[in-house]
Design a protein around this ligand. Structure first.
Ligand SMILES: Nc1nc2c(ncn2[C@@H]2O[C@H](COP(=O)(O)OP(=O)(O)OP(=O)(O)O)[C@@H](O)[C@H]2O)c(=O)[nH]1
Ligand SMILES: [Zn+2]
Length: 370
C-alpha cells in the first residue's frame, strides 16, 4: 500500500508542478509528497531541488560548502545558511555559475548537539530523518545505553528503530530480544545479523519506499556491515564519489547519505557514535512513557520518586512491575536532561549578553561619529 508515496504519484507531481525535471533520481534520495509540498512553497522557476549528501568545513569566504545531489548530477554548492546532511535544499546559481543553496526546506526532524566550534550555537548533524536506527550488539548488550539513545531518537522528531545486531554471536537472540522488548516499552526492535542475514530484509522493508534512517550507536556495533548488507554487494562502491576539488584535481571523498537499491536512504556521518544530550524533555517523556504515566498517579505533582509518600513509581518498583534498572536509567537521564536545560539557559544568557554588548558598541561608535 504505497498510496500517494509511490514513484508514479511523484513523477506525476513533477509534471503537475512543472518545477522539476522528469527524471526520478531524487526519488531514490527520499523525495516524496511531503518534500514536494515543502519545496513548492518556496521554490521559484529558476530553482531546482537537491539533497545534501555531505557538508564541508566553512570556506575562506565563511560560506558553508556542501555536496548536493540534484536530479541530474551531484554538485558542490555554497550556502549562507548552515546545511546538514539530509537537508533538502532549494538550489540556484549565482552570476559565476556557482551552485548556491538559497533556502533549506523546514526540517521535520534533526539530530543536534552544542556546536563544538561555537559555544553559542547548535550544530545539526543530520536532518529530515524518519528513523534513528539505534545499533546495539547482542554480544555486548547495554540496555541502559539503548534507553539513553531512545531518548535522543525521540527528541530528534524521528522514530527510533532498535537494531539488536550480531545475533549469530549469541545462542538465545530471540529470548534476549523479548526481555529487551519487555523493558523498552513500545520501542520497535529488530534482531539482525549481517553474518547470516537475519533481519536484513525486515529493515530494508521498513525503509521502503523512501524513508531516511540515520545510523546511530557505538563503534563496532555493526553499522557499516549492516549498511553494506542493505546496499548489496554491487552498490558497495557508491560509498565513495570522485569529484573535482578547487584545484581541478580528482579526490575520493566519502558521502554520508546513501540511497538503498530497494528504496530508502541511509545516513552515516562521523560524530554519530554517541551524543551528549542537548535538549531532552520530550525525548525523556517518550522514551519512558510507562514511568511518566505512573508518575501521573503520584500523590504530589512534583514527586521526585524518592521517598515521598504516595509515590506510584517507587510502589511499582517495590511491587515488581517496574524494573529497578529501568527506574535508575530514568533517574540518571532525568538529571542529565535537567543539566542540559541549565546549560542551554547559560548559553542563551551569554548569547544575549554578547548581542547587547555588540549593540552598545555599535551605538557608541555611531554617536562618536556624530
Ligand atoms: N559475527 C558478526 N560480526 C559482525 C556482524 N556485524 C558486524 N560484525 C563485525 O563487527 C565488527 C564491527 O563492525 P562494523 O560494521 O565495522 O561496526 P560499526 O558500527 O560500523 O563501527 P564504527 O564504524 O567504528 O562505528 C567488524 O569486525 C564486523 O565484521 C554480525 O552480524 N555478526
Ligand atoms: Zn513519585
Amino acid at each position: 500500500a504505497r498510496g500517494n508515496w509511490g514513484p508514479a504519484a511523484d513523477a506525476q507531481r513533477y509534471r503537475v508542478t512543472g518545477m522539476h525535471p522528469t527524471s526520478t533520481t531524487l526519488l531514490q534520495y527520499g523525495w516524496g509528497e511531503r518534500v514536494a509540498a515543502l519545496y513548492a512553497e518556496v521554490a521559484e522557476a529558476h530553482h531546482q531541488p537537491g539533497r545534501v549528501v555531505r557538508v564541508e568545513r566553512a570556506s575562506r569566504l565563511g560560506r558553508a560548502a556542501c555536496v548536493v545531489r540534484l536530479d541530474s548530477d551531484e554538485v558542490t554548492a555554497v550556502a549562507d545558511v548552515r546545511p546538514a546532511v539530509g537537508d533538502w535544499a532549494v538550489v540556484g546559481t549565482d552570476d559565476e555559475g556557482t551552485y548556491v543553496i538559497d533556502h533549506l526546506l523546514p526540517r521535520w526532524s534533526k539530530l543536534a548537539r552544542q556546536d563544538p566550534g561555537n559555544e553559542n550555537g547548535v550544530q545539526v548533524l543530520a536532518a529530515n530523518l524518519d528513523y534513528v536506527a539505534i545499533f546495539a550488539p547482542l554480544d555486548r548488550l547495554k540496555v541502559a545505553r539503548i534507553e539513553r539513545e531512545l531518548l535522543i531518537a525521540w527528541e530528534s522528531g524521528a522514530s527510533p528503530l532498535v537494531l539488536l545486531t550480531k545475533a549469530d554471536l549469541v545462542d538465545d537472540a530471540e529470548a534476549v530480544a523479548e526481555d529487551v522488548r519487555a523493558r523498552l516499552v513500545g520501542a520497535e526492535i529488530v534482531v539482525t545479523s549481517s553474518a547470516d542475514g537475519t533481519g536484513v530484509r525486515q529493515v530494508s522493508e521498513l525503509l521502503q519506499p523512501n524513508r531516511t534512517a540515520v545510523l546511530f550507536g557505538p563503534s563496532g556495533a555493526g553499522k557499516s556491515t549492516l549498511a553494506n548488507a542493505l546496499l548489496g554487494r554491487e552498490a558497495l562502491a557508491t560509498g565513495a564519489v570522485r569529484e573535482n576539488d578547487q584545484r581541478g584535481r580528482h579526490t575520493t571523498t566519502s558521502r554520508h547519505l546513501l540511497p538503498l537499491p530497494g528504496g530508502g536512504v541511509l545516513i552515516d556521518t562521523p560524530g554519530l557514535r554517541a551524543l551528549p544530550i542537548w535538549e531532552g524533555e520530550h525525548g525523556l517523556a517518550a522514551a519512558f512513557a510507562d514511568i511518566e504515566e505512573l508518575a501521573g498517579s503520584c500523590r504530589f505533582r512534583d514527586c521526585s520518586h524518592e521517598r515521598e509518600p504516595g509515590c506510584a513509581v517507587t510502589a511499582a518498583v517495590a511491587g515488581g512491575t517496574l524494573d529497578p534498572e529501568r527506574m535508575s536509567s530514568y533517574r540518571k537521564l532525568q538529571l542529565e536532561v535537567e543539566q542540559a536545560e541549565r546549560n542551554r539557559d547559560v548559553q542563551a544568557r551569554q548569547a544575549e549578553a554578547s548581542r547587547v554588548k555588540a549593540l552598545t558598541k555599535a551605538t557608541r561608535n555611531h554617536s562618536k561619529k556624530r
